[in-house]
Ligand binder design. Structure first.
Ligand code: DX5
Ligand code: ZN
Length: 246
């Protein structure tokens, strides 16, 4: 991708079901697939690692037959390892976790890949980048939180922008040195008025909960907001590409 500067970056939109109608989850995930989403972002909260409680592998398995999109499981749980196997069995395609929540980060990453899923690490707003230092070759995804995890509908934390640019540099250097591609995902407070700026900072995968599931029908509902996201992302490429000098 960015090792070839002439190639347009691939952008992915991942609606977070945290803001969906939980009484109609099957219908909701079918609707986001029909509306042009790229991934289903599945937020798992345990009331220990984060102060909220959501859904587990049983709900992932129940949703699985309703979509062909990859399911992007974001584990906000401690401990991590037991749930990796359960989510892999439940049909997850990507599984990411917070390094603070695992006693053995390298082992948890291996468990995810050994279970046939793509592996990701999630960095909270105050988590330093040095936790990436020795695991770049084990990652398929780096997810930067642009809010503190636990709730949808919070405001984007601006210091995520320079952090994204710094991670983009690390990924590009890793790929240039022959490493595998790594997606750079951002989660929290992504809206129509900031997605272009976030893309220019280096993100390629965008989680959006309230912006998608709260989209008014009068504005075209889920399809309307996803196509406006794509238009803003296209424009961000037109405006000179990424801000870190690409
Ligand atoms: C927060 C979750 C996010 C959240 C995003 O802990 O990980 O995925 O649902 O919601 P919005 O887009 O509303 O900030
Ligand atoms: Zn999330």
């Amino acid at each position: 991708m960015s090792s070839n500067p002439s190639a347009a970056p691939a952008f992915r939109i991942a609606p977070s079901i945290l803001s969906a109608d939980f009484a109609r989850l099957g219908e909701e995930v079918r609707a986001i697939e029909a509306a042009g989403a790229d991934l289903v972002h599945f937020d798992v909260m345990d009331n220990h690692y984060v102060p909220n409680l959501t859904v587990g592998p049983m709900v992932c398995a129940a949703v699985r037959p309703h979509v062909s999109l990859p399911i992007d499981v974001h584990l906000m749980v401690r401990p991590v390892d037991r749930l990796v196997a359960d989510f892999a069995k439940a049909g997850a395609n990507l599984i990411s976790f917070h390094p603070e929540a695992s006693e053995h980060v390298d082992r948890s990453l291996s468990l995810i890949r050994d279970a046939g899923c793509r592996a990701g690490l999630v960095l909270n707003p105050a988590t330093p980048l040095n936790c990436l230092d020795h695991v770049m070759d084990r990652l398929d995804l780096i997810l930067l939180m642009s809010v503190n995890p636990g709730f949808g509908g919070q405001s984007f934390i601006a210091s995520t922008l320079p952090k994204l640019a710094a991670v983009r540099e690390r990924i590009d250097a890793h790929v240039a040195a022959g490493g595998q591609p790594i997606w750079l995902e951002v989660d929290g407070g992504v809206k129509l008025d900031n997605i272009a700026q976030i893309a220019r900072a280096g993100a390629d995968t965008f989680v959006a909960g309230s912006a998608v599931f709260g989209a008014p029908d009068a504005d075209g509902g889920y399809r309307g907001v996803i196509s406006r996201f794509r238009a803003a992302l296209q424009e961000s490429i037109g405006e000179g590409g990424r801000e870190n000098g690409e």
